[in-house]
Design a binder for this molecule. Structure first.
Ligand SMILES: [Zn+2]
Length: 117
C-alpha cells in the first residue's frame, strides 16, 4: 500500500530529472509580508516547488468560502441554500481569478530565496 501511495505522488524534478515523493519531501511554509507560500523541495538538488500561494485577500476569501460551506450544511430551506450556493460560487470565482497572479508571485519569491529558505 505505501508503495502505491509513493508512486501516486511521485514527481520528476525539472532541474535534476530524479524522481521523488512529494509526501516524503514534505510541505513547508514560507511567509514574506502578506504573501504565504506552501512549497516542497527536491531532496536531491534542493529545487523549490510552489504548492500554493496566498495573500491576505485570498485568505479572507478562503475563510468566507469555508463559512458559506458550513452555513450551507445547516440550511433548512431551498431558497437559502440557493442563495448561499450562489455566494459560494462567486467567492470561488474571485479566488480562481487571482490564483495565476498569486502563483507567479510565489514562484518569484521562491526563486529569489533559493538556497536561503
Ligand atoms: Zn532535483
Amino acid at each position: 500500500m505505501s508503495d502505491l501511495i509513493i508512486r501516486m505522488d511521485a514527481v520528476k524534478c525539472n532541474e535534476c530529472g530524479r524522481i521523488f515523493s512529494v509526501r516524503e519531501a514534505g510541505l513547508q511554509g514560507y511567509a514574506e509580508g502578506e504573501l504565504h507560500v506552501r512549497f516542497f523541495a527536491c531532496p536531491h538538488c534542493g529545487r523549490l516547488y510552489n504548492a500554493g500561494t496566498t495573500d491576505g485577500v485570498q485568505r479572507e476569501l478562503l475563510k468566507e468560502r469555508g463559512m458559506l460551506a458550513r452555513q450551507l450544511q445547516r440550511t433548512k430551506t431551498e431558497d437559502a441554500a440557493a442563495r448561499l450556493s450562489k455566494l459560494w460560487s462567486e467567492t470561488e470565482e474571485k479566488m480562481e481569478a487571482r490564483r495565476a497572479e498569486l502563483t507567479e508571485r510565489g514562484d518569484r519569491l521562491l526563486s529569489a530565496r533559493r538556497g536561503r529558505i
